[in-house]
Design a protein around this ligand. Structure first.
Ligand SMILES: [Ca+2]
Ligand SMILES: [Ca+2]
Length: 347
């Protein structure tokens, strides 16, 4: 007997649970036989999802076998299995790291708490409700779309105060020091991408070289952060904000703020993609949760996941799995047994 993955009425109310699956241990049963269902809930995002809720109706023409549920509860009134809990983040994979060296590009004239721009992207980049052809780069680990901002004092995301409309791989009190900040674009239309690399920059008052980058992709509008060489606790993000924020500062994605959550501590070889409303998504993921319906706009859709940062410089092709190439490990597993009704042999 081979387990089969079924399409079911299971609804999961949190984002990026696309790899969750429901399986049953038989493909055919006689009346009175037992069917054992197993549900695996996989968190495909690098976030901890708290207060996730799963409800799974008992299939038609079957009845619940009392006491058979494991890891969840049976709601007799609604004839369904219910589970509520916390899902740990998907494991990040160092295999997907693919550093793009931008030091061959233009070195920006940046000093402590300064900003450079506008810089031409060479393509249109959609970010939340805007379309941008230029960016601004500051020495404190941020790329901004509307205007320069040189704030060295990082705050949580979202925050309506300036700076707004930014992507920040490491917003902290950095200074170029003996390093530099570089900007380069690669690829050919419609698969171009822009890279801003903070190369051996330091924290203000400290000599701790840090090298990391932002990649902005044409077409997919993806925002990817990569961390090549970090040092010290500050380099791991202990006093930084990592994330993106929309134009009004009303929404964004906070990957890390002052070292929290601990599982998002930055490390050498980490790659993170932060999704926003204009990130192209696969139809399957759009349909998987009600909060991600096609055509709906809203700031609460943003999320993050790790991703291989393809293509490499010079590559003309673009093949991007929107999720972890290695697959997210099942985060939780539930099981329940139902019994086929004597009057039917369905299933
Ligand atoms: Ca803000
Ligand atoms: Ca600074």
């Amino acid at each position: 007997m081979r387990a089969q993955t079924l399409t079911t009425a299971t609804r999961v109310s949190m984002p990026l649970l696309d790899r969750s699956a429901k399986m049953v241990d038989k493909t055919q049963v006689a009346p009175g036989d037992n069917l054992r269902y197993t549900i695996q809930i996989a968190n495909a995002s690098p976030y901890t999802i708290s207060d996730a809720l799963l409800t799974d109706p008992i299939p038609d023409h079957t009845s619940y076998v009392p006491g058979s549920v494991v890891g969840a509860t049976y709601n007799a009134a609604l004839s369904r299995i219910e589970w509520r809990g916390t899902l740990p983040p998907a494991p990040t994979s160092r295999d997907t790291f693919d550093w793009i060296d931008a030091t061959s590009g233009r070195q920006l004239s940046l000093t402590d708490d300064s900003c450079s721009g506008p810089l031409d992207l060479g393509f249109s980049f959609k970010f939340y409700d805007g379309v941008y052809t230029q960016i601004y780069v500051n020495s404190n680990g941020m790329v901004l779309f509307d205007r320069c901002n040189t704030s060295y004092s990082n705050v949580p995301i979202p925050n309506a105060a300036e700076p707004n409309n930014f992507v920040a791989p490491l917003w902290d009190d950095l200074t170029p020091g003996s390093g530099g900040v570089y900007y380069a674009t690669f690829g050919t239309a419609p698969n171009r991408y822009a890279v801003v690399e903070w190369h051996n920059v330091s924290f203000y008052g400290a000599s701790l070289p840090q090298t990391f980058e932002v990649i902005l992709y044409e077409g997919s509008n993806s925002v990817v952060f990569q961390y090549l060489s970090l040092s010290g606790s500050q380099g791991s993000g202990s006093s930084a904000t990592v994330g993106i924020e929309n134009r009004t500062g009303s929404a964004g994605v906070q990957y890390l703020y002052n070292g929290s959550p601990l599982e998002h501590t930055l490390y050498n070889g980490l790659v993170v993609e932060l999704e926003h409303d204009s990130t192209r998504r696969s139809p399957s993921s759009e349909g998987s949760t009600s909060r991600r319906g096609p055509g709906r706009r809203g700031s609460d859709h943003a999320s993050a996941h790790t991703q291989p940062p393809s293509p490499r410089p010079g590559s003309r092709t673009k093949s991007r799995d929107p999720f972890l190439s290695g697959g997210a490990a099942p985060s939780c597993s539930l099981a329940a047994t139902t019994q086929a009704c004597p009057s039917t042999s369905r299933m």
